[in-house]
Design a protein around this ligand. Sequence first.
Ligand code: ADP
Length: 263
Amino acid sequence: MSPTDAVLQVRGLGKSFGSNTVLRGIDLDIPRGKVVALIGPSGSGKTTILRSLNGLETPDGGSVTVGARDNSAEGPLTVDFGDAALPKKARAAQLSALRDRSAMVFQHYNLFPHMTVLQNVIEGPVQVQKRPRAEVVAEAEKLLDRVGLLEKKDAYPFELSGGQQQRVGIVRALALKPQLLLFDEPTSALDPELVDDVLAVIKELADEGWTMVIVTHELAFARQTADEVVFMADGLVVERGPASQVLRHPKEERTQAFVRRLL
Ligand code: ADP
């Protein structure tokens, strides 16, 4: 894979919380336009990986490289977490640059409760990315329309169903125009009847060519949507490969046991 078509390269990512080692050297490569589903038992470190990619967690070692923004002079960004001597301020700047290149969709939506739908969507692009408000509003309205929520733009999150809130969460991520979309169990907090609408939106984004990492327990969805499935356990990648192979014909016993339980 040439550096230009890799949107994400993770090397040797390690993280401990006190004496609890959560990531034990994770490598991950995602070419532009590809979708990776991250699966595995609860507590295996999946969320910690996503949070590390999004600058919300600081790993103890390893590196993360996120590809260049399209139509921009900025080159790829590499953050080396092994560099313990880096001053705090410089590290904070790196984490914020990392955050600017990816966008996260959270399990519990994490919308700002005191802001309307539209305000939630435009907050990052206007306040953080300093883009012109009128342009951002026009784009936000288009995106809301696309997920069927334009008429809800002045509503507050508590007035929406979980599925609607999560679609706003997705629109909020898209409005940041990230290189990489990160989904952390995007449907696991939803009532079963609301899951399909949200999965349909995510599938559409995959078909459109967004580069994404999706942590999910929805294995049927992963099989339809992901190019690659990565199975993790205890902070390690146990098995990875094309979705159909890992989910239908897993080689490792731990993957077999996990997949058998969920499919
Ligand atoms: P998964 O997403 O696969 O369920 P997580 O990445 O959420 O796994 O968690 C992996 C481990 O890290 C768990 O043992 C969890 O308790 C621990 N952990 C995650 N975040 C923190 C934190 N902020 N402080 C202490 N322990 C944490």
